[in-house]
Design a protein around this ligand. Structure first.
Ligand SMILES: O=C(O)CCC(=O)C(=O)O
Length: 263
């Protein structure tokens, strides 16, 4: 199987809607390898993962990991040279009509029984202002997904609506953010294993909690334009939580502490 090249119809769809589902893009054998590394992250979550929906009522050593947040890059030395990673950069560059480079990836695992939604947000809400229209994400589910076990939902054409105000999620002590969206424009996106969803960095999106009987596992890959110039300043709502120590700071506080250290 060859990795697909973006068709004119796919380019036009992404430009208009701000997201795109690419069917049957990644071979099953490649997904098996990705999933094996993600299973290591689940097995070692206390050491290697954050709880992205860390309940405000839980002590750090009692986190229930409603969303296991980690990265296959932590446990896979050769990940950067994998064909799927080369393809993500090539396909993303076509969609964004500029050179895009891999930035970082996240494993996002939702356990059966007790999980949480990934609330509505724009990726740029987490990123610095330099990423303004200069980012794209390729989301790879490791099993079929639907509205029962936690598929992606996008706000149709939301990438053209500008930057939305975000805030921390009540009752959660991780860095999870949420923004208000017009849910009448939400599109739920069931996908098969092998499909990949791309979204523009300003497209609001969410995934529902996993109400299925097995883990919902996905690897999300964030890419930025080669000339983005780093993250730049963060929006005022951005917080950073160190789940090893429990420390919580706004990004602005951290930047000002860094500046003082550098002087
Ligand atoms: O997997 C999820 O639950 C959400 C992923 C997400 O927000 C993203 O890929 O940007």
């Amino acid at each position: 199987m060859h990795y697909p090249v973006a068709s004119e119809a796919q380019l036009a769809f992404f430009r208009e809607h701000g997201y795109l589902l690419v069917r049957d893009a990644i071979p099953q054998a490649a997904l098996d390898e990705i999933e094996a590394h993600c299973d290591t992250l689940i097995a070692e979550k206390d050491r290697l993962a954050n709880d992205w929906a860390w309940d405000a009522g839980e002590d750090r050593d009692q986190r229930s990991f409603r969303i296991v947040q980690s990265s296959p890059s932590y446990v896979w030395a050769d990940i950067a040279t994998q064909p799927y990673r080369q393809w993500l950069a090539a396909f993303a560059s076509s969609l964004m009509q500029r050179d895009m480079v891999f930035w970082y990836d996240q494993f996002l695992g939702k356990p059966p029984g007790k999980s949480a939604p990934t609330e509505w947000h724009q990726d740029e809400g987490y990123w610095g202002r330099n990423l303004d229209d200069r980012g794209i994400t390729g989301w790879i589910p490791l099993q079929a997904v639907d509205t029962v076990n936690g598929c992606m939902h996008f706000i149709d054409r939301g990438h053209a609506d500008g930057m939305l105000a975000h805030r921390s999620v009540p009752g959660v002590q991780s860095d999870l953010l949420v923004c208000e969206v017009d849910e009448s424009r939400a599109v739920a996106c069931p996908m098969a294993r092998g499909d990949v969803a791309f979204h523009h960095s300003k497209t609001p999106h969410m995934s529902n909690a996993n109400n299925g009987t097995a883990w919902r596992k996905a690897v999300t890959n964030h890419l930025q334009a080669t000339d983005a110039g780093g993250e730049g300043d963060h929006y005022p709502w951005r917080v950073k939580v160190n789940q090893r120590t429990g420390e919580r700071h706004t990004a602005a506080e951290l930047a000002s502490a860094d500046g003082k250290k550098a002087r």
